[in-house]
Design a protein around this ligand. Structure first.
Ligand code: IMP
Length: 426
């Protein structure tokens, strides 16, 4: 058995946690490969609801080893707090592995995320303010501090000094903030290092051995394709690569280690933060989607922006990720509508775009071209087989399959594991 990549194909919050739950029984390792605690994975296991931000969802299954790969940015206090909270609920975190190469989110990254957003004013990105962008910027500038540095006080002190010299100039001279003292950070972070030392390891080697043995490894994407730094709606993106290809760089495996790529989409679209969103609904429909779909962010509690299913972005994501299948979540929410729109193309200056436009201006200014499909009024939470779904719901799923040229293997009709309909494929 090879690896499976699980990726969101929209703007995040597609319900990837639920799919991990469906796959968990046959999974040995669950690996986070990018992002940090900007993510919010909600997962319901045996009636218990967990909202995880940094720890891979595999932690909830005793037979799984959760792995935080080198491509993730990690806030040690957040990681420790999340582990403690899980332990307090009886979830064993002893098997968690943290790559020594993962970069750390430091207190100055949090401060910078806040002041940069404030300075951008109306051009702000609407980040989660978790220090993600500044931490990845330091990684690229090669002044980042990594998890393994926590285990060597001398190296940690030296790296912190180099980083703080620059950050304090920025904070005091550009942003008018107070400088950050190194001594407080040093003591606190070295103590975090002692606490995390048993978990810090060579996760790349661990995963190679696992894959060579034939274990099943699940690469769990956070955020989603349209938030990808290189392929999403730049600059309104996150600072990492959530696409399936990102799993290779972020976990240290090769493309041939992944033979199944599952794309997760909601039956409609949501987005938090700023940025273009061609299929955004009118306020009345958005209110229904927010209400029925409980569309509030897991990480920041922000109300999500809502839109109709965007098949142009979906087709782009299907190809970028080389999806082998799709899982569609929250189909039950659409029972609230008499007719359902699907964005099948974009229109800009008299030109129709069926493919994702190459230019940001087009994407920013285009208008959606909708196809309107009949809805169904029945409650579908009780459906368990494709035949249980009303004709309208089945036709809707089939139309999405056709538009994305990708088969749908499961449809989710509610939050728990039971609320799942297995379709023809998978
Ligand atoms: P950052 O990742 O905190 O830098 O935020 C950059 C953009 O990504 C913002 O628009 C965020 O709202 C968005 N974002 C980051 N993480 C998530 C997520 O887990 N779900 C949805 N949007 C996210």
């Amino acid at each position: 058995m090879g690896g499976t990549a699980l990726v969101g194909i929209q703007w995040g919050d597609e319900g990837k946690g639920k799919v991990t739950d469906l796959l968990a029984e046959h999974t040995d390792y669950v690996v986070r490969y990018q992002g940090g605690n900007n993510a919010g994975h909600t997962i319901v296991v045996e009636g218990e609801r967990y909202a995880l931000h940094l720890v891979p969802t595999g932690v909830l299954y005793p037979h799984c080893t959760p792995v935080i790969g080198p491509g993730v940015v990690v806030s040690p206090p957040v990681l420790i707090e999340e582990m403690d909270a899980l332990q307090a609920r009886g979830v064993d975190t002893g098997k968690l592995l943290l790559s020594g190469n993962a970069h750390l989110i430091m207190p100055y990254h949090l401060e910078l995320d806040r002041v940069i957003e404030r300075r951008l004013g109306k051009n702000r990105l609407g980040t989660t303010k978790r220090g993600i962008g500044p931490a990845y910027a330091d990684k690229a500038a090669r002044i980042g501090i990594r998890a393994q540095d926590l285990l060597d006080s001398k190296i940690f002190g030296r790296k912190l000094e180099v980083a703080l010299k620059e950050k304090n100039l920025l904070l005091t001279r550009i942003y008018g903030r107070l400088p950050i003292e190194s001594s407080a950070i040093e003591d606190e972070y070295l103590a975090f290092g002692i606490r995390l030392s048993a978990h810090i390891s060579d996760t790349t080697h661990v995963l190679h051995s696992a894959l060579d043995r034939g274990d099943h490894v699940l690469f769990e994407g956070a955020q989603a394709t349209m938030l990808d730094l290189d392929h999403g709606t730049y600059p309104y993106v996150t600072s990492s690569n959530p696409i399936a290809g990102g799993a290779c760089a972020g976990a240290g495996v090769g493309p041939r280690d992944i033979d199944r790529v599952i794309g997760v989409c909601k039956a409609y679209c949501t987005r938090v933060g700023s940025g273009p969103f061609p299929s955004e609904t009118d306020p009345a429909d958005a209110e229904i989607l927010v209400d029925v779909g409980a569309e509030y962010g897991t990480t920041t509690g922000r109300k999500r922006r809502c839109g109709w299913f965007d098949a142009v972005a979906g087709r782009y994501a299907a190809r970028l990720n080389t999806l082998t299948e799709l899982v569609m979540t929250k189909l039950d929410v659409l029972s609230a509508f008499e007719t359902i729109k699907v964005c099948v193309a974009y229109q800009y200056k008299g030109h129709r775009y069926e493919d994702f436009p190459p230019n940001q201006t087009i994407f920013n200014k285009c208008r959606p071209v909708y196809e309107e499909l009949p809805g169904w009024s029945e409650e579908i939470g009780g459906a368990r087989k494709a035949e249980d779904l009303p004709k309208g719901a089945r036709s809707y799923v089939e139309r999405v399959e056709e538009l994305l040229a990708t088969p749908v293997s499961w449809v989710s009709v509610g939050p728990s594991r039971d609320h799942t309909v297995k379709m023809g494929y998978g």
